[in-house]
Design a protein around this ligand. Sequence first.
Ligand code: C5P
Length: 233
Amino acid sequence: MCKDERASYKLKPMHKQIAIDGPVASGKTAVGKLLSEKLGWRFLDTGLMYRAITWLALDEKIDVSNHEKLVTIAMNSQIQLIPSDRGDRFIINENDITDSLRNRDVERSVSLISQISGVRAALITKQQEIANSDSIVMVGRDIGIRVLKYADVKVFLTASPDVRAKRRMAQTFEANPKATLQMVKSDLERRDLIDSQNEESPLLPADDSVIINTDKMEIDEVVEAIMKLVVTE
Ligand code: C5P
């Protein structure tokens, strides 16, 4: 991209945007959240939106092959993020489902439901609307390449499968105390494979993403590294 193109590219968003992408348990959520707190910007974990639609589909016993119905619920669901002293609460159609979003059934089906083109289109529209209202740190899989193409800063976090499995194990212990490291690792590898084969939004860094390997970095260090890329005026 030449310098002039890049200058107009940077002018497009009305508010500041940081896009953070990466595979399962690469540290996106922890890093994005802390970064948004430091900057005083809004935070959106788009994975939770795909999980919320998956939860709703399971609750309403909609089969993953029923694309038409899944697209309808993705288009018609009211998704809200409400701040609380226990962290942000995730409300869908007036139900607080925050504590169910990481359960094993959701985990098992979410990547399949995320493949459906109409589900993605509905959620991407909602994500772009949210980004239009305020400066934002948004994390996911396709934020830099698709959702916020004109983000001021784009970061792609990576980490080895072993490190990611250990991190995810620590996070999932409460939800599933019987999980073993091997189970967690093969589950995340399975989801990475499905996500990387997504034709419309493959799990890939954008051409202008900064790639950060977080294997040997603490969350604070990753946040510091991203802060250096942010120009605030
Ligand atoms: O980030 P998290 O693991 O919560 O995301 C759950 C799933 O949602 C991912 O495995 C992926 O299939 C899907 N996802 C997506 N696009 C995004 C965010 C998440 O397809 N922007």
